[in-house]
Design a protein around this ligand. Structure first.
Ligand code: CO8
Length: 258
């Protein structure tokens, strides 16, 4: 039996996934992505999970796609397997929030994987970059699309064209990460944030995620309408009654998470 490349744990209502291929700095082979996608889908389907944290090691969140595996592939190889098109795309269909807890290198596909999570909490030693150009290729999992949306065109061009790395402080200033914390705090910070999210009504959490993501796909008018209809829909849930009653009665809400 092959050794698992993704460690799967739960902490209360939080699912914790740890990329575990340390010798290759968590280089993202098809196998590790298959495992990751399967674990994410399992958490997404599990009523006892309200939020997910994805992390790597202290040295590397992930140093990119597996260069050794890709080196000899031909166009026909990547095209016929639709490399990056299957499980990679399925990650974005996960409906529960995913927080990336990033320490060390998040490069190439590793940076793209972090960006495909809902937000990033970074350790002070985090390094972000899209160095594919040095390999004679370009980013293939959103580096030319999500990065400019996150940090703007100037910085995205700078990073993608020069292949330079950006440290955690610059990434926070640029809006790529939501918080920077000391290395020994990064996982706890992400787990605590995930626990807060998991304590909320699951329907509101999933709708909020869907609405924010819609901001990247729709015009302002369409996005506003999508948000408003989802807001309306939440009045059909028990959790809305409970949440508002609890506020008026000055007690903690007891959400059903359904
Ligand atoms: N693929 C395969 N193996 C890797 C990778 C990688 N991306 N990154 C590191 N490794 C391996 C090294 O080969 C080395 O293995 P070994 O010990 O057997 O020689 C081991 O990990 C440790 O690495 P280093 O000795 O190089 O460690 P350093 O601390 O000296 O350097 C760096 C760390 C700076 C992170 C360096 O390893 C590096 O530059 N890595 C490559 C970074 C890179 O170019 N990433 C982009 C890859 S291409 C890509 O991601 C395409 C994206 C398309 C979407 C993909 C979705 C998955």
């Amino acid at each position: 039996m092959s050794v698992p490349l993704v460690k799967v744990e739960t902490r209360g209502r939080v699912g914790l996934l740890t990329l575990d291929r340390p010798k290759a700095l968590n280089a993202l082979s098809n196998e590790i992505i298959d495992e990751l996608a399967a674990a994410l889908r399992a958490f997404d389907a599990d009523d006892n999970i309200g939020a997910i944290v994805l992390t790597g090691s202290e040295k590397a969140f992930a140093a990119g796609a597996d260069i050794g595996a890709m080196k000899d592939w031909t166009f026909q190889d990547v095209y016929s397997q639709d490399y990056l098109g299957h499980n990679w795309e399925s990650l974005k269909r996960i409906r529960k929030p995913i927080i990336a807890a990033v320490a060390g290198y998040a490069l190439g596909g590793g940076c793209e994987l972090a960006m495909s999570c809902d937000f990033i909490i970074a350790a002070e030693n985090a390094r972000f970059g899209q160095p594919e150009i040095k390999l004679g290729v370009i980013p293939g999992y959103g580096g030319t699309q999500r990065l400019p949306r996150a940090v703007g065109k100037a910085k995205a061009m700078d990073l993608v064209l020069t292949a330079r790395m950006m440290d955690a402080a610059e990434a926070e200033r640029a809006g790529l990460v939501s918080r920077v914390v000391p290395l020994d705090r990064v996982l706890d910070e992400a787990l605590e944030a995930a626990a807060v999210i998991a304590s909320m009504s699951l329907s509101s959490v999933m709708m909020a995620k869907e609405c924010i993501n819609r901001a990247y796909e729709a015009s302002l008018d369409e996005g506003m309408l999508f948000e408003r209809r989802n807001f309306h829909a939440l009045f059909a849930t028990e959790d809305q009654k409970e949440g508002m009653s609890a506020f008026i009665e000055k007690r903690k809400p007891d959400f059903k998470h359904r």
